[in-house]
Write a protein that binds this ligand. Structure first.
Ligand code: PAF
Length: 288
């Protein structure tokens, strides 16, 4: 496996290949990332991963400075999972001057849910992903693949839309969420949890599963009952000491509130949630 830090070295390393499969990350890797790398292996002729903690997607009050930087351990795990090239640029390589050209996703997908509670988040994500795509794929002539985890459900949808709208010749693939044995979704931020909060953390997925059951039981009446079902789910978490941002049922197609016809269509819905436990903000989702 080759580790490169500059765009020039990355492009040189990419030149012999035509069909890259790319897994962008911010490092501190867990099995969710490694499964994406394993899924990338049979797709193209080279597997590339990036490790870059992207300041642009963090608000000033968020954890940019404290985000775990574990390059050596990440490289060891990537190599074991079958990655061929790791691109780990310094900030001054990717942003040599302030990044003033930014990709603004449309509000209907970019300003709701995560975009509402983390203003500017998707602008930062789309801008860095667009730039990473330029770095990774510029030498390729064959099919190009990019893999994202479904744990960040809205993120993979926003990126799919960006790729479609800019007619980028890239197939975006969403990998299933990996879970710990108690069902907690794997996340780099789980390492922030105290032992007591780690034991409690699974309650977010339990609350979402219960909301999903309620949504199914509501059937065609879901639109009228939606608000009270969501409030009840948030209240249940709040009474356990969580600070929920949202627990919600949405359409899978566009993350808007479901109509009666969506509520009875098979595979049309997803439940999504975000809540703070102590100082750690966790997100999760289930496709219904
Ligand atoms: O999901 C992440 O780790 C990040 O948002 C991404 C896609 C690597 C962009 O910084």
């Amino acid at each position: 496996m080759q580790l490169v830090h500059t765009i020039e070295d990355l492009r040189t390393a990419m030149r012999p290949f035509n069909s890259p499969a790319f897994v962008p990350t911010m490092g501190n890797l867990h099995d969710g990332h490694l499964n994406l790398v394993r899924a990338a292996k049979p797709l193209g002729d080279v597997v590339v991963s990036s490790i870059f903690v992207n300041r642009l997607q963090f608000a000033p009050n968020e954890d940019f400075e404290s985000y775990p930087r574990t390059l050596q351990a990440d490289c060891d795990r990537l190599e074991q999972a079958g990655c061929d090239i790791v691109f780990a640029p310094l900030e001054k390589e990717l942003y040599p001057v302030p990044q003033v050209f930014k990709v603004h996703p449309p509000g209907d997908i970019g300003d709701i849910l995560e975009g509402h509670f983390r203003p500017g988040f998707f602008i930062g994500v789309c801008t860095v992903v667009m730039k990473l795509f330029q770095c990774v794929f510029s030498e390729s002539k064959g099919p190009r693949y990019a893999l994202f985890g479904k744990k960040d459900y809205q993120q993979q949808m926003v990126i799919k839309r960006m790729v479609q709208q800019y007619a980028m010749p890239i197939t975006v693939i969403a990998g299933e969420t990996q879970r710990a044995s108690d069902n907690l979704a794997l996340s780099s931020r789980n390492s922030y949890l105290s032992d007591a909060n780690r034991a409690e953390a699974v309650q977010l997925s339990m609350a979402l599963r219960s909301l999903a059951r309620d949504a199914l039981a509501a059937g065609e009446a879901l639109p009228e009952k939606l608000h009270s079902l969501e409030s009840r789910a948030m209240h249940a978490l709040a009474t356990r000491g969580w600070q929920p941002d949202y627990l919600t049922v949405r359409r899978r197609s566009d993350l808007q509130a479901p109509l009666a016809s969506d509520a009875v269509a098979p595979g049309a819905l997803v439940v999504l949630g975000a809540a703070r436990l102590g100082s750690t903000r966790l997100i999760d989702n289930f496709e219904i």
